[in-house]
Design a protein around this ligand. Structure first.
Ligand code: NAD
Length: 261
């Protein structure tokens, strides 16, 4: 339990990769603040489960990652109730698939706000707390789409490339304060985010569901396998270790070889 006494905020942790991060951090003894949308009873069950796993407190924040003032309030709430935050993982994300000339402007704005701007606001609110403790770990879930593009994903690709640039810049600013800043770039992970975009990909590219899964998603990854949420979480956990203190400003790929190809 190397994170005993530390606190962590994971945005977008009511499902998928974010929930795997929260479980991994709690299993090492961190007090975790989870966040995201979903069924209230299911979220409360998850919160109680995280508290039990960690042997300390766990809290839930309903903050909307498209609202800067709610992000600041979430960080303040963590500092007041749990302490820290020592670790923040910016993970909330949404996706929309459409050719750029038909891309709804409100979808563009929402994707940039929830995927990219929320990462800036989270860093901005958390770094002062980390500076006073001279220790911090900032991790963001970018994507293989922070390195390469796919058609009809203009906003998502732009947001994820933005996270990679933001990560490098803030790493330089915070390096003297014992704070590391990195992003993880998974390939395709089977989560609601990926499942929900299948009908749009079928429509925009004229493919069957099976063709989208095999010829688009799995075809991108030389391993021909989906990445598992727990594999992404294990990498984040390593970034929290003292052994990872010299890893900062990195964009770490976990994409079954996708971007190497
Ligand atoms: P998911 O849909 O399972 O999880 C998304 C989470 O974000 C949920 O908890 C949801 O409630 C939350 N969320 C959405 N809008 C929010 C908002 N406005 N405020 C607060 N929370 C909000 O999807 P996932 O695949 O686990 O995605 C997590 C992250 O991983 C995203 O940033 C995504 O871009 C990234 N990612 C996913 C894949 C993949 O293949 N699934 C690949 C690379 C990167």
């Amino acid at each position: 339990m190397f994170l005993k006494g530390k606190t962590a905020i994971v945005t977008g942790s009511t499902s998928g990769i974010g929930l795997a991060y929260a479980k991994a951090l709690a299993a090492e003894g961190a007090a975790v603040m989870i966040n995201g949308f979903g069924d209230a009873q299911a979220i409360e069950t998850e919160r109680a489960n995280l508290a039990a796993i960690s042997g300390t407190e766990a809290r839930y924040s309903a903050a909307d990652m498209s609202k800067p003032e709610e992000i600041a309030a979430m960080v303040h709430d963590c500092a007041e109730s749990l302490g820290g935050p020592d670790i923040v993982i910016s993970n909330a994300g949404i996706q929309y698939v459409s050719p750029v000339d038909e891309f709804p402007v409100e979808k563009w704005d929402a994707i940039i706000a929830i995927n990219l701007s929320s990462t800036f606001h989270l860093m901005r609110a958390a770094i002062p707390h980390m500076k006073t403790r001279k220790w911090g770990r900032i991790i963001s879930t970018a994507s293989a789409h922070s390195l390469v593009a796919s058609p009809n994903k203009s906003a998502y690709v732009a947001a994820k490339h933005g996270i990679a640039g933001l990560t490098k810049t803030v790493a330089l600013e915070t390096a003297p304060h014992g704070i590391t800043v990195n992003c993880i770039s998974p390939g395709y992970v089977w989560t609601p985010l990926v499942e929900n975009q299948i009908p749009d990909t079928m429509r925009t590219r004229g493919l069957t569901r099976e063709q989208v899964v095999n010829d688009v998603l799995l075809a991108a990854q030389p391993t021909k396998q989906f990445v598992q949420p727990e594999q992404v979480a294990a990498l984040a956990l390593f970034l929290c270790r003292d052994e990872a203190a010299q890893i900062t400003g990195a964009n770490l790929s976990m994409d079954g070889g996708w971007t190497a190809a």
